[in-house]
Design a protein around this ligand. Structure first.
Ligand SMILES: [Zn+2]
Length: 65
């Protein structure tokens, strides 16, 4: 019954640092954008992949226009 909600997805993607395909952990993060004068903060979901081999992290905005 108790199955952890936080299940880390992992998949194989190419890592630019390793220069090969490595297992990556994938998570979704909400990051707040906008700073300075603009009081309007927008929260954008990012897909963050972390290389399990070297720890290199790549964040990609999900709703790119
Ligand atoms: Zn790597």
């Amino acid at each position: 019954m108790s199955h952890s909600l936080h299940e880390a997805d992992s998949l194989t993607e190419s890592c630019e640092r390793c220069e090969t395909d490595t297992p990556h952990e994938v998570s979704i993060e909400i990051r707040t954008e906008g700073s300075g004068e603009n009081a309007e903060f927008s929260r954008e979901p990012y897909r963050v992949t972390t290389c399990s081999s070297c720890g290199h992290e790549v964040a990609t905005r999900m709703n790119d226009r």
